[in-house]
Design a protein around this ligand. Structure first.
Ligand SMILES: NC(=O)C1=CN([C@@H]2O[C@H](COP(=O)(O)OP(=O)(O)OC[C@H]3O[C@@H](n4cnc5c(N)ncnc54)[C@H](OP(=O)(O)O)[C@@H]3O)[C@@H](O)[C@H]2O)C=CC1
Ligand SMILES: O=C1O[C@H](COP(=O)(O)O)[C@@H](O)[C@H](O)[C@H]1O
Length: 490
């Protein structure tokens, strides 16, 4: 049965920005059309631009243009949206905003609850949170929650400072840190595959699993984000958050109960068990790359260093491949390989669990090789789970045969929810399972900082991979030296 979210006023700081228009409004609309959003909701859009309510509603309607064939009335949806021109740096404007919110709460009978969503540059998160508290906007009759976007800091120190700043205004259970990968349907499915299938859990350990591979590749380059990206790089942009979150979900122990705190406790234990690499070990475990020009879809594309906002001799990595070792009883000796990069061959996120080989191959005399069993979780663009088993083909040859469960059911009206739709739904419902706790942020930065400390001191031999490829050779060598290879097959 569809559960409706509680009533609330959703205040979006950065309401005219890219994230709000591309992700937040379409996701709210999806919740609305799927009857998940309470009818008693109001959205207050906040940004400096002097828009009228009508301008704002037209922007919102433009952002849901893709749903134009729905029978639903887009004007009715947009009538819940109200605009308040506002400069977040002007303390005097918060009182006016509070009055505006209260008025709309009454108008939409929104129940006194507030969701403050920071769709703005990260330097605003701390100051806005502090102003909301000091100006009494969190003294509302119902609950109030703060949603913040990544990046949560640039390293451990800045993340710690940010957590302390927002922690002075909101309790940890009121803070919802978005990692949009945790909202993806198939990332949420990791837990179900593991803990709702009797056949996997007994095998989910170093006795039966040889390695785990997570690849998140992109075809696009840095496009218009060169300035931000050049100060960040793939390690901070993707590994510190999305990839380490997926590693934690794959490696954690079964929680005592499916409660957010219990799940988080298990994820934190994984992060604490990551092998503590010494500076001189970093380059044995992690390799980096930066894209050169190349060919994508028959077109010649520029190198990273030719992008807007990027230093011409930039030392920033656009590709990372690495090996996490989790030094606990379950995973001792099992590498968790991760790989992510821009301007690679395809846009795809995939998790591959490679099971160990049988002790002997009984089919060797017949000339048959036996491939390892693979469990593949396709996160995107196709969503599904595939198990590769060895079986007899019609010509009696033993061969690896996939058994697949595909989620591509759009034709049957079974579209899976978008990441932001899941996440907004969860924070309105107060379910923090798919959000990142301050401790997870701190531990993952502590790990990643050790790598950046080394890499920032060493000038890399960049560019070192052609656009449209699977990254530098060093990424293949990383697995070859352990006797493995990246599975490109499935
Ligand atoms: N875009 C994306 O796909 C993603 C973004 N994020 C994160 O989301 C956040 C927002 O990103 P994005 O939407 O791309 O950024 P944009 O630059 O597109 O939007 C920034 C918004 O902030 C507003 N703003 C800027 N200064 C002020 C101010 N002083 N007072 C009030 N409003 C202000 C701008 O409106 P105005 O100029 O009218 O004031 C605008 O609405 C960032 O933290 C980013 O890292 C995370 C993942 C993906
Ligand atoms: O957080 C980020 O993620 C995107 C990739 O997200 P996806 O959902 O398209 O896989 C990445 O392009 C961006 O650089 C990074 O900041």
């Amino acid at each position: 049965m569809t559960k409706e979210t509680p009533r609330a006023v959703i205040v979006i700081f950065g309401a005219t920005g890219d994230l709000a228009n591309r992700k937040l409004y379409p996701s709210l609309y999806r919740l609305y059309r799927n009857n998940k959003l309470s009818k008693h909701f109001a959205v207050v859009g906040v940004a400096r631009r002097p828009l009228t309510n009508e301008d704002f509603r037209n922007n919102v309607k433009a952002s849901i243009e893709e749903f134009k064939d729905d029978a639903l009335d887009h004007d009715e949806f947009a009538s819940h949206f109200h605009y308040n021109p506002f400069d977040a740096q002007h303390l005097s404007e918060y009182q006016k905003l509070d009055n505006f919110i209260k008025e709309l709460d009454q108008k939409h009978d929104a129940g006194g609850n507030r969701l403050f969503y920071m769709a703005m540059a990260p330097n605003f998160f701390g100051p806005i949170a502090a102003n909301l508290k000091s100006q009494g906007l969190t003294d509302n009759p119902g609950w109030s929650r703060l949603v913040i976007e990544k990046p949560f800091g640039h390293n451990f120190d800045t993340a710690d400072k940010l957590n302390k700043q927002i922690g002075q205004a909101f309790d940890e259970d009121q803070i919802f840190r978005i990692d949009h990968y945790l909202g993806k349907q198939m990332v949420q499915n990791i837990e179900i595959v593991r803990f709702a299938n009797a056949m996997f859990e007994p095998l989910w350990n170093n006795q039966y699993i040889a390695n785990v591979q997570i690849t998140s590749s992109e075809v696009l380059g840095v496009e218009e984000r060169g300035r931000y990206y050049d100060g960040s790089g793939a390690l901070r942009d993707m590994v510190q958050n999305h990839l380490l979150q997926m590693v934690s979900l794959l490696a954690m122990e079964p929680p005592a109960r499916l409660q957010p705190d219990e799940i988080r406790y298990e994820k934190v234990k994984v992060l604490r068990s990551l092998r503590d690499l010494k500076a001189d070990e970093i380059n044995d475990y992690f390799v980096r790359g930066q894209y050169d020009h190349g060919q994508i879809d028959g077109e010649t594309v520029d190198s990273y260093r030719e992008s807007n906002g990027v230093e011409e001799d930039s030392n920033t990595e656009t590709f990372v491949a690495g090996k996490f070792m989790i030094d606990n009883f379950r995973w001792a000796g099992v590498p968790f390989y991760v790989r992510t990069g821009k301007r690679m061959k395809e846009k795809s996120t995939k998790i591959i669990v490679q099971f160990k080989d049988l002790p002997i191959n009984l089919y060797k005399d017949k000339g048959d090789t036996i491939d390892p069993n693979l469990l593949v979780i396709n996160v995107q663009p196709d969503e599904g789970i595939t198990l590769h088993l060895n079986a007899k083909k019609t010509d009696y040859e033993t061969t690896s045969t996939p058994i697949s469960l595909s989620y591509d059911k759009k034709d049957e009206g079974l579209e899976s929810p978008e990441a932001y739709e899941n996440l907004i739904n969860d924070c309105l419902n107060g379910d923090s399972t798919s959000f990142v706790h301050a401790t997870e942020v701190a531990l993952s930065w502590q790990f990643v900082d050790k790598i950046t400390d080394v890499w920032e001191k060493q000038k890399a031999d960049f560019p070192n991979y052609e656009s449209g490829t699977n990254g530098p050779d060093a990424a293949d060598k990383l697995l070859e030296k352990d006797g493995f290879k990246w599975w490109e097959c499935c």
